[in-house]
Design a protein. Structure first.
Length: 144
């Protein structure tokens, strides 16, 4: 089972590699390094055998957590890695007394929408052309 932990700067190259394999407009290593220096931005990684196999990047704003990206390395998908990352993030948000978590997901990404739904997120709206070519579905999870 993967170990979930906060990222370190040394994780950035592996996170960038996973991002490249998952997204049409991935965050670059440079963007991730800049984010690493921000006090409001954070990332949790799933690690197995010394290798980063997944990550969830997020930002705290007031009493909310905004999930920016959730990515899992090829070969480790559909094994509960994404769910473990989100569960740990929810626990951290609850510990900090956050009101809720929010994210945007591509309208066509049925597997992700289903996963978030199973974890208590609900669809709260749509951002037209959020991904340039496609709408983003706004999802929200209340914590209190």
């Amino acid at each position: 089972m993967a170990k979930i932990r906060p990222w370190t700067e040394g994780d950035v190259p592996q996170i960038a590699e996973i991002e490249k394999s998952c997204f049409s407009a991935p965050w670059t290593e440079s963007m991730l390094r800049d984010s690493f220096k921000s006090s409001s931005f954070c990332c949790l990684v799933a690690e197995e055998g010394g290798q980063v196999i997944g990550s969830v990047t997020f930002q705290e704003a007031a009493d909310e957590v905004h999930i920016a990206n959730l990515a899992v390395r090829q070969g480790y998908r559909r094994q509960g890695v994404a769910m473990s990352l989100i569960e740990r993030l929810i626990a951290l948000a609850e510990e900090k007394g956050m009101r809720g978590l929010t994210l945007e997901v591509r309208a066509s990404n049925a597997p992700a929408r289903s996963l978030y739904g199973k974890m208590g997120f609900f669809e709260a709206g749509v951002r037209k052309k959020f991904y340039g070519d496609e709408d983003g579905v706004i999802m929200w999870k209340n914590l209190r």
